[in-house]
Design a protein around this ligand. Structure first.
Ligand SMILES: NC(=O)c1ccc[n+]([C@@H]2O[C@H](COP(=O)([O-])OP(=O)(O)OC[C@H]3O[C@@H](n4cnc5c(N)ncnc54)[C@H](OP(=O)(O)O)[C@@H]3O)[C@@H](O)[C@H]2O)c1
Length: 309
């Protein structure tokens, strides 16, 4: 039986070496060089090509190589009786915390404005935003959103959190479900999206939502590109409801050269790097789930297929 990696445009040799380093007896294959498709029982994938997952008659489980599983659940070729799991790792949490802290501090200290000014040898001082000027709202209080929210609260920021089920987090005002959304938004002028992409959250960052924020507001989207209705963000910036956005994820990645976001001074762009999986850290949990699969045990970090995350 074998474990197959499918991740186009990525060097998967370090992943294979990391698996073999953990468990030398596991047979590892890397797409597209699959010698025996009928031996594949476990697929670990990231942005797999469509119409691929039904090529393996003995497939029993699919793992995401990252925290999100939307690329797997949206794949129509996914056999519906196959378990789906994802990865949860300390460095995914610490990278995300660092990215978001950096984004918030850059916003407070006008870093991007000063970088642009330097390019034009321009000396203009802008007022710094103090902590007291910000009310951070985090959408999604899961493995990443929970610790991020706690970090900002511990640093003395005002923080609101929004999730599907009720949560109690020290020092944080939490809001729940569709009925809690309006109150959450009214208290937020720095919105961080850390939701999973599901049918309920697709396009959630739209004009209707931007209108309900405490204006003027800034958006940081590190969830998924499809959470954001991109033209609505531009409209909301032009109307002055939004001061701008820090975006790590996009509907189309890489962001096309002609995309209007590139020329917007108030939009900061990073190429989907806020938190990335490292082979040596993730390999032990892939091996653990592979072994669990073979011995009929419940997988770790299994996805609830009903909830979609
Ligand atoms: N840009 C990057 O590099 C990067 C890296 C890693 C992750 N991500 C993204 O971050 C997402 C979150 O990761 P995670 O590990 O924190 O996920 P998670 O542990 O599954 O947590 C998801 C959170 O979202 C909440 N939620 C889900 N649907 C909701 C809805 N309809 N309304 C309100 N709240 C809802 C959940 O509420 P409950 O707690 O009530 O279930 C939970 O608190 C991933 O799915 C991925 O898309 C991006």
């Amino acid at each position: 039986m074998s474990l197959l990696f499918i991740a186009p445009n990525r060097d998967m040799q370090p992943w294979k070496q990391a698996i073999i380093g953990e468990a030398p007896n596991i047979d590892v294959e890397i797409w597209p060089n699959i010698e025996q498709p009928d031996r594949v029982q476990f697929v670990a994938c990231w942005n797999q090509p469509s119409h691929m997952l039904d090529h393996f008659p003995n497939l029993k489980a699919i793992s995401s190589l990252g925290a999100g599983v939307d690329h797997i659940l949206a794949d129509e070729s996914r056999p519906k009786d196959v378990s789906v799991c994802r990865v949860v790792a300390p460095s995914l949490e610490s990278q995300m915390k660092n990215y978001l802290l950096n984004a918030v501090l850059n916003l407070q200290h006008n870093t991007y404005r000063y970088i642009r000014q330097q390019m034009q040898a321009q000396w203009t001082i802008h007022p710094r935003k103090e902590k007291a000027d910000l009310s951070i709202g985090v959408m999604g209080l899961g493995k990443l959103g929970g610790p991020v929210t706690q970090m900002f609260a511990n640093m003395g920021y005002t923080v609101n959190g929004w999730s599907k089920s009720a949560k109690q987090l020290p020092g944080i005002k939490t809001h729940t479900g569709p009925e809690g959304l309006q109150g959450f938004l009214a208290n937020t002028n720095l919105l961080i999206c850390l939701l999973p992409l599901t049918p309920q959250t697709h396009g959630i960052l739209d004009l209707k939502l931007f209108k309900q924020l405490h204006h003027p507001a800034h958006l940081i989207n590190v969830g998924r590109g499809a959470h954001l209705v991109e033209e609505d963000l531009i409209y909301a910036i032009d109307r002055g409801w939004m001061t701008g956005a820090t975006l790590d994820v996009f509907t189309e990645e890489p962001l096309p050269e002609y995309h209007p976001f590139w020329n917007r001074k108030s939009i900061m762009i990073t190429p989907h790097i806020s938190s990335t999986s490292k082979p040596k850290e993730i390999a032990p949990q892939l091996v653990e789930n592979y072994k669990r699969l073979l011995s009929g045990m419940k997988l770790q970090n299994a996805v609830d297929l009903q909830k979609g995350y």
